[in-house]
Design a protein around this ligand. Structure first.
Ligand code: 5GP
Ligand code: MG
Length: 192
């Protein structure tokens, strides 16, 4: 059965998401001219945005992937963030790292990743997030995203890489699910 029956409302269409990737891609291409750009996609949520964004970046760059996990209870993330699959680049010295994330919520995940890259000696660390939920930011979080696709209210969104219970990532748009879809959710270890 189609996933479309579970969608309550579409927030960002395929065309709007493509326009975001174009806008941020050209900004990044200007800002990182003559730098040593390493784009790090946070798996799994950012893969679709990453694929669109990198095709709009016109300067030479390298790409890499990292997986961060935290203990989730349904749609809430906890503070315990750990790296479960590290970069394939072992020495980040000299790289200008751009972390690409699907959504910045409490900010704990990207605070942790930014701290790790800075401690390992990256030349610079900046953040490009498709979506930002500034209302939700944890008080302990210091990082600020340099590139933001769009700001969203405090609602749980899915699609274009973003999951609920590991599903709905393959929707070509971003929207919210009908409330009845969230019934029967238990605490679980979840990959971003
Ligand atoms: P943070 O550490 O900023 O609280 O959590 C960021 C991660 O939580 C995101 O990478 C994403 O996996 C998940 N997350 C936060 N808000 C949402 C949301 O509205 N929808 C989905 N699908 N995931 C979210
Ligand atoms: Mg997730």
């Amino acid at each position: 059965m189609s996933m479309l029956k579970d969608i309550q409302k579409v927030f960002f269409s395929k065309e709007e998401l493509e326009a975001i990737a174009r806008r941020l891609g050209s900004q990044i291409s200007r800002d990182y001219e003559n730098r040593n750009l390493l784009i790090v996609s946070v798996l799994k949520g950012s893969v679709i945005f990453m694929a669109d964004l990198m095709r709009n970046i016109t300067i030479p760059c390298k790409i890499d992937f990292i997986t961060a996990s935290s203990y989730h209870a349904g749609t809430e993330s906890s503070g315990n963030v750990s790296v479960t699959d590290d970069l394939s680049v072992k020495d980040v010295h000299g790289y200008d790292i751009l972390i690409v994330e699907d959504i910045l919520d409490t900010g704990r995940t990207l605070q942790k990743l930014s701290d790790i890259f800075a401690r390992k000696g990256a030349n610079s660390v900046t953040i490009c997030t498709l979506l930002d939920k500034p209302e939700r930011r944890d008080k302990s979080v210091k990082i600020k995203p340099t590139y933001i696709g769009a700001t969203v209210e405090n609602e749980f969104v899915v699609g274009y890489g973003l999951d609920y219970d590991q599903k709905y990532r393959n929707l070509p748009f971003i929207g919210i699910l009908k409330p009845e879809v969230y019934d029967n959710t238990n605490a679980q270890e979840e990959t971003h």
